[in-house]
Design a protein around this ligand. Structure first.
Ligand SMILES: C[S@@+](CC[C@H](N)C(=O)[O-])C[C@H]1O[C@@H](n2cnc3c(N)ncnc32)[C@H](O)[C@@H]1O
Length: 229
């Protein structure tokens, strides 16, 4: 069960200044490669000058990667934690990204506004996943694309990753790099309380995405990418 939205927002605002460092340390730099690969899948063959949404954009790791791969894109980054967005503002390429303080459950965009949407490590934190996915379906035009990068609850517990790495090592590394113990105790809890990748794919079909497919990223399916159209 996700904590109240205000708690999630406050937690990310609190850790914004150290969020990127904690990510780099905890994933040994792999999170950058995961976003890069997800974006290649999302953007490959997309029309010229597409409108692309980064949902739960945080410190703009995804948004600046979109700009890097597709400098012609119009990139909109939405997140309800303003301090996260502000922390990302200093990144190269971020100046061209439109920043919107917005809640995923009620997006301030017209129907079909975007050719594509990306969301990295956000959907696990949502209060009402079904509502947010319906909102996402609404703002991505019919036939448009979605790529979601996330830590899903594993189908079967993996002794090393789930018993040792995620539940013991990550909270310690996150605490050491960010100074915030609660935020990084929340990380394994949010994964264990979330849906599996297969359950998530069913929810995407339920809101109207016709083609849905997922893949696990190295190492050991820690992070997964789900693509939909
Ligand atoms: C783990 S961070 C991921 C940030 C970024 N996408 C990345 O790949 O590093 C999750 C982000 O989702 C945002 N978020 C969570 N729930 C949200 C909601 N209901 N509306 C908008 N943003 C939300 C948080 O504020 C946070 O910045």
């Amino acid at each position: 069960m996700a904590p109240a939205a205000t708690d999630v927002r406050a937690m990310f605002d609190r850790i914004a200044g150290r969020y990127d460092t904690a990510n780099r340390v905890m994933s040994v730099g792999l999170d950058v490669l995961w976003r890069r690969r997800a974006m290649r899948c999302l953007l490959d063959g997309l029309e010229p000058s597409p409108w692309v949404l980064d949902l739960g954009a945080g410190t703009l790791g995804g948004a600046v990667e979109i700009m890097r791969q597709r400098p012609d894109a119009h990139v909109v980054a939405a997140d309800f934690a303003r301090t996260m967005l502000a922390a990302g503002r200093r990144k190269p390429g971020a100046v061209a990204v439109a920043l919107h303080a917005a809640d995923v459950h009620r997006l301030p965009y017209r129907d079909g506004a975007f050719a594509a949407a990306f969301s990295g490590f956000c959907v696990r934190n949502l209060r009402d996943l079904a509502l947010a996915l319906a909102e996402l379906r609404r703002v991505v035009r019919p036939g448009g694309r979605l790529a979601v990068l996330e830590f899903f609850r594993p189908l079967r517990p993996r002794p090393f990753w789930d018993g040792l790495w995620t539940t013991r090592m990550l909270p310690l590394l996150g605490w050491a790099t960010s100074g915030d113990r609660a935020a990084y105790r929340y990380l394994p809890e949010s994964i264990q309380g979330f849906v599996t990748r297969a359950e998530f794919e069913v929810q995407l079909r339920a809101v109207g995405f016709a083609e849905v497919r997922g893949q696990n990223f190295f190492p050991g399916g820690i992070a997964s990418l789900v693509e939909a159209r």
